[in-house]
Write a protein of this length. Structure first.
Length: 82
């Protein structure tokens, strides 16, 4: 399986809207991303703690570019899982 099929967490946010904003930044630069629990948290935001936060995922091949872009967009490096 190619490495670009692997998904990696680039940010872990406290709120769904924060992850959605960061996702829009990535999408604007052509970096494919997704929020695995987006619909669950949309129905009941109180699940954030049980799920360990709101995960923002990108393809493994895009991790470095995504981290650079999110850092320049004000995505707090403190939320970076690495």
């Amino acid at each position: 399986m190619p490495d670009d099929w692997d998904w990696v967490e680039v940010r872990n946010c406290n709120y769904l809207h924060e992850a959605q904003f960061l996702r829009s930044v990535l999408d604007s630069e052509g970096i494919e991303s997704f929020i695995p629990d987006q619909y669950t948290l949309g129905v009941d935001p109180l699940y954030v703690a049980a799920l360990g936060g709101v995960r923002l995922m990108v393809r493994a091949a895009d991790v470095d570019r995504a981290n650079d872009l999110l850092a320049s967009a004000g995505g707090s490096p403190g939320h970076n899982p690495e």
